[in-house]
Every structure is written in structure tokens, then in C-alpha cells.
Design a binder for this molecule. Structure first.
Ligand SMILES: O=P(O)(O)OC[C@@H](O)[C@@H](O)c1c[nH]c2ccccc12
Length: 261
């Protein structure tokens, strides 16, 4: 079994357990459930830098990245750096994150927050909303066309933006539908962990103009972003490159200043 299949199998058990512990009615009663959400797609369209900065403690591909940081400090730092949005990993088993991380980030910032999760069930979208997310990620590699449609429409009806992630042409073809806001190309193959920015470049021309194009993973230089912009990308999802430093907000700030100069 590849790592992605393993993650999804564990996720099914986890979601079943959570559903049995916390009923939907309880999620809907969260104060955060009834709030106006912010659009990441709109923020990216209006930005020069297009940086979406991620909070990620560890990952299956890198194991330890940074365990010492406080998520609220990271969120505040990212906001002050002028990022367009923040991605918060909420998977605990493989990435060391949690829904509490999302709540804590929400408590200190107004920037659009993405729940970075392996979403396979509508229940997780309600959780995202109840814990302060503005955006959800859907991963084409683990969903059928029908599931992408049902889940993205559910997210839209809750006022959330949808970032749909693909890694190849087949995934892209089955995914294009009006209920998505952003199309993300993951430069990292989630089954092999191989990273290549060529993936973003190769798929760019196949993404219709109405979707904001986001390039994800393995981005660590200003040159890479300038290059990807030539291919129509308006969003750049960066995790490790910021999180491996002692002060991700400060590093992101310097990075964005240099990008905009
Ligand atoms: O740390 P990086 O290489 O900058 O990558 C960030 C982000 O793209 C990556 O964490 C990611 C992209 N898609 C995912 C899906 C699940 C978990 C994680 C991810």
C-alpha cells in the first residue's frame, strides 16, 4: 500500500470516530460556524506576491520540520508579513497538526485560512467551518469525480472557497467543474514524494482561465516564483521553506519584500 492509501484508510477510521463523538448539530452551534468567510481566491487575484504560507510541524516526506513553534505566533507573523492566506495542516497522525491549530490561528488573524486535510467526507467540511476555516482543500488523487462534485458543492453552499489539487492530466480532466475556485498543482507526488516544478509548468496551459492557478510544494526561491508567474500562476503554497526557520513570519516577510522589489 502506498503512503497516500494508508493515510486515507486511517482517515476513514478517524472520521467515523469523530462523527460518533461530535454530532453535526454540535458543529453547527459553534460561534465560528456563523461568521462571514474571507475569499482566498479574491485575495490572490488582488495580490502581487500570491504567497499562501503553511503551518506544518512534520510530514511523511521530511519527518521533523519544526516542533518548537507556537501556531498563534506563526499566524501573526505570516499576517504581518503580508501573505494572502495561511494553510493549517490539521492531520495529526502524519503531519502533527490538529483542528485546535486551526482554531488558534483563527483566534489571532483575519487572513483567509485553509484547512489542509485529506477530506473524504462532508463532515470534515462542517468541521472546517466550525473551526474557523475559509477554504478547504480537495485532493483529486483520493476522490472520484462525483465525490469532488458533492464535496465542492457542499463547501460552496457553506460559503467556503475550494482549492482542488491535482498532480497529473487525468486528475485535472476529471476535476474541472464550476464549483471550484482555485486549481492547485502539487509539485510533490503524494505517492512517491518526488518534487518537480515542471509539473506546474506542464499542466498550466490545461487549466481554464476562470480558475486561480496555484502552484504547491517544493517552492524555495524568488526565481522559481517569477518563473511560475510566466505560466499564469497567481498563488504559491509554501510550507517547509518557511517552517524550517526559527521565525517563519520574519522569513516570509523578507521573502515577500524581495519578491515585490
Ligand atoms: O512544504 P512545501 O514543500 O512547501 O509544501 C507545502 C504544501 O504544498 C504541502 O504541504 C502539501 C500540498 N498538498 C498537500 C496535501 C496534503 C498534505 C500536504 C500537502
Amino acid at each position: 500500500m502506498n503512503i497516500l492509501d494508508k493515510i486515507v484508510a486511517d482517515k476513514r477510521n478517524e472520521v467515523d470516530l469523530r462523527k460518533s463523538l461530535i454530532p453535526i448539530s454540535q458543529l453547527e452551534q459553534s460561534v465560528l460556524y456563523n461568521r462571514n468567510t474571507a475569499s482566498l481566491a479574491a485575495a490572490l487575484r488582488n495580490s502581487n506576491s500570491g504567497i499562501i504560507a503553511e503551518h506544518k510541524r512534520r510530514s511523511p516526506s521530511k519527518s521533523l520540520i519544526n516542533q518548537k513553534l507556537n501556531v498563534q505566533d506563526v499566524a501573526t507573523g505570516y499576517e504581518q508579513a503580508g501573505v494572502c492566506g495561511m494553510s493549517v495542516l490539521t492531520d495529526s497522525k502524519y503531519f502533527g497538526g490538529s483542528l485546535d491549530d486551526l482554531l488558534l490561528a483563527r483566534s489571532v488573524t483575519k487572513i483567509p485560512l485553509l484547512r489542509k486535510e485529506f477530506i473524504i467526507d462532508e463532515y470534515q467540511i462542517l468541521e472546517a467551518r466550525a473551526h474557523g476555516a475559509d477554504v478547504i482543500l480537495l485532493i483529486a488523487a483520493i476522490l472520484s469525480k462525483n465525490e469532488i462534485k458533492t464535496l465542492s458543492e457542499a463547501a460552496k453552499s457553506l460559503g467556503l472557497d475550494v482549492l482542488l489539487e491535482v498532480h497529473n492530466i487525468e486528475e485535472l480532466h476529471k476535476s474541472i467543474m464550476p464549483s471550484l475556485d482555485m486549481l492547485g498543482v502539487n509539485n510533490r507526488n503524494l505517492k512517491t514524494f518526488e518534487v518537480s516544478l515542471e509539473t506546474s509548468k506542464n499542466l498550466s496551459k490545461l487549466i481554464p482561465d476562470e480558475f486561480v492557478k496555484v502552484s504547491e510544494s517544493g517552492i524555495s526561491s524568488i526565481e522559481a516564483i517569477k518563473d511560475l508567474k510566466q505560466y499564469g500562476y497567481q498563488g504559491f503554497l509554501i510550507g517547509e521553506n518557511f517552517m524550517k526557520t526559527e521565525n517563519p513570519g520574519k522569513y516570509a516577510s523578507e521573502f515577500i519584500k524581495e519578491l515585490e522589489s
